[in-house]
Design a protein around this ligand. Structure first.
Ligand code: HEM
Ligand code: HEM
Length: 131
């Protein structure tokens, strides 16, 4: 498995642990966590844990299922950076209740999702197959 895909999986586990801690802290005493911490919790769990796990496993498995190389390793490397910077910025923006930071992070995160979508479509494409 490529290092980048291992990093996606490691990042997923870190988001799960951090997101879970934020949820627990909020349960114990909502004043322990600033800003809109539940929104951070929801996105660290759903986009961070579930999403990053899908990215890591998907980028590894889909080329093997289809018998084709991943369309662009470079795009997947860029996706790793922009999805992580984007999600962390969104979380920080929610904690600081700064809408511009959330919007900036959200735009980066969306860009990462778009790169993944393009890369997957071009990898599993039914046209141009040799056999
Ligand atoms: C360590 C495990 C977890 C803890 C301690 C935890 C804790 C919490 C708490 C306390 C809330 C707020 C509930 C309320 O409004 O009264 C919440 C909401 C939520 N949780 Fe978790 N949770 C955990 C795991 C997960 C997982 C695995 C996911 C999804 C993959 C998830 C997704 C959500 C979502 C989407 C919300 C709604 C957020 C909102 O209303 O803004 N949580 N969680
Ligand atoms: C480009 C990526 C994303 C952006 C920019 C984004 C942005 C947002 C924003 C701004 C809200 C708050 C809406 C409000 O003010 O009520 C929200 C809520 C929510 N989003 Fe996302 N989101 C993204 C991806 C996702 C994904 C992939 C999931 C699930 C897999 C998800 C699950 C949720 C849920 C469950 C809520 C409601 C929970 C809450 O109120 O905290 N989001 N999202």
């Amino acid at each position: 498995m490529l290092a980048r895909n291992r990093w996606f999986i490691a990042a997923a586990l870190v988001y799960a642990l951090v997101g879970g801690l934020v949820g627990l802290a909020w349960l114990a005493d909502p004043s322990l966590v600033p800003g809109n911490a539940l929104r951070l919790h929801a996105h660290f769990m759903l986009v961070g844990f579930v999403g990053m796990m899908i990215f890591g496993v998907g980028l590894h498995m889909l080329p093997r299922f289809t018998g084709r190389s991943l369309y662009s390793e470079r795009a997947a490397d860029v996706q790793f950076v922009v999805t992580n910077v984007g999600l962390i910025a969104m979380g920080a923006g929610w904690l600081a209740t700064s809408t511009p930071v959330v919007v900036g992070g959200g735009a980066l995160l969306w860009t990462g999702f778009a790169l993944f979508a393009l890369n997957v479509v071009l990898t599993v494409r039914p046209w141009g197959r040799r056999g």
